[in-house]
Design a protein around this ligand. Structure first.
Ligand code: HOZ
Length: 437
């Protein structure tokens, strides 16, 4: 059972905080995916977190399967990361100038991620993907890009078309504020469908600057690439002179030390990463071969900038996290925990006859509320989101924090214990019974 199971949870202080927050911030949140309206609940306000545990302002304790949407791969508050940040803090919070910590983090990324020779640090995954497509356009002299339906690459204008994550949760196909002209340069392909992709390349020959992809989709729920799909993507990009961008905001340093390029043996031209390289502090980066990367200003003409880029605290936290990942050799452990998570969720489905499917790869998974296998957005959108909402509320009562949307991932960390994963499975079984009763 979760830490709060069977206790009548009081959310009085979270409720009061939410009321105050709604007066001050749209929807009471600073990022829509945190609002719990789509699952018929109000947000829990966090107080502190340690390991796999989160504590809210009412003193309730939860096992956390959100992990700040991915970066807390060691668990919350790893002492090695915290002490590195404390030491860096005494030397200054922000310089807006070069510092050695940014070199150290870039060195680690180049060492660990295949085919990467240079790095440009930014402050978020959104900045990373936005700048990567600008670089690709500047490098190729072309305007169009291809993205996949249900993939999410942050909230820059060109990429908020048929996007996953919050856009999928709230059923928003496109957003006001993105001009038609901008949206028309973004071509949408179905995930896991090489023929459809080939057709798009054919119809736009010589016009496509880049293709951006989540090599393991995580923002329509977790959808792994089918065998041969990423190979076809690579081949089509090469044949058409388009840069292949792996958006590894979720998969970077999570699915393997070298990310999806290492896991699948596919070479990307550019890689974008996010919060995981800052150990949870606001960071992102664009990384790739020297030839393309040197098109960034000041060596090249493609302008990209940021006062907080290479921030000493974030860089130091990132170095400490990557060192700890290597020191602990977390990947075999995460693989085993991921396999256990799949097993206990499948057992919960079998025991309840719930019309659900589990997708899992490594330390990420999604329990889809659809009996049909989910291999793309068209499959994912068949899910029974009302049943998911009932399941979500039961899991919260049981003391398990999961993303308040069908279209997100469950994130495991090195800090989750086997017992916690088994308890999660047992709670999921009770929650599924209730969701479908
Ligand atoms: N990509 C994350 C959700 N899938 C980002 C979290 C957010 O939008 O706040």
């Amino acid at each position: 059972m979760g830490p709060s199971a069977n206790a009548r949870l009081s959310h009085d202080r979270s409720e009061a905080d939410f009321a105050r927050a709604c007066e001050l911030m749209p929807g009471g949140v600073n990022s829509p995916v945190r609002a719990m309206g789509s699952v018929g609940a109000h947000p829990v306000f966090y107080d502190h977190a340690k390991g796999s545990h989160v504590f809210d302002v009412d003193g309730n304790e939860y096992i956390d399967f959100i992990g700040s949407w991915g970066p807390m791969i060691l668990g919350h508050g790893d002492e090695r990361v915290l002490s590195a940040i404390r030491a860096a803090m005494d030397k200054g919070l922000s310089f807006g100038a070069p510092c050695e910590a940014e070199i150290k983090l870039a060195e680690r990324i180049v060492e660990m991620v295949p085919h990467v020779e240079m790095v440009r640090m930014v402050s978020s995954g959104t900045e990373a993907t936005m700048s990567a497509i600008r670089l690709a356009r500047g490098y190729t002299g072309r305007d169009k890009l291809i993205k996949f339906e249900g993939n999410y690459h942050g909230h820059s204008d060109s990429l908020l078309v048929s996007a996953g994550s919050g856009m999928a949760t709230f059923s928003i196909p496109g957003t006001p504020g993105v001009t038609e002209k901008t949206a028309s340069d973004t071509l949408i392909a179905p995930y896991n469908d090489p023929e459809a992709l080939a057709g798009i390349f054919r119809a736009n020959a010589g016009e496509i600057a880049c293709l951006i992809i989540e090599p393991i989709a995580g923002n329509m729920g977790v959808v792994p690439p089918e065998p041969g799909f990423l190979e076809a993507v690579r081949r089509l990009c090469t044949e058409n002179g388009a840069l292949l961008i792996f958006d590894e905001v979720i998969t970077g340093f999570r699915c393997a030390a070298g990310g999806a390029q290492e896991l699948f043996g596919i070479e990307a031209d550019l890689v974008t990463m996010g919060k995981i390289i800052g150990g949870g502090l606001p960071v992102g980066c664009i990384a790739g071969k020297r030839e393309a990367m040197e098109h960034f200003s000041p060596t090249g003409p493609v302008y990209q900038a940021g006062t907080l880029s290479g921030n000493p605290l974030a860089m130091t936290a990132g170095c400490a996290q990557l060192d700890a990942i290597r020191e602990d050799n977390i990947y075999p452990v995460l693989e085993a925990k991921g396999a256990l998570l799949r097993k206990v969720l499948q057992e919960a489905i079998d025991a309840t006859n719930a019309p659900c499917t589990v997708n899992q790869i490594g330390s990420v998974a999604t329990l889809f509320f659809s009996a049909t296998p989910v291999r793309n957005w068209q499959d994912a959108k068949l899910c029974d989101t009302e049943a998911f909402a009932r399941y979500f509320r039961c899991m919260l009562e049981e003391g398990f924090l999961i993303a308040p949307s069908q279209y997100e991932a469950l994130f495991l960390s090195a800090a989750h214990t086997e017992q916690e994963i088994r308890d999660f499975g047992a709670a999921a079984q009770r929650a599924l019974s209730q969701a479908f009763s």
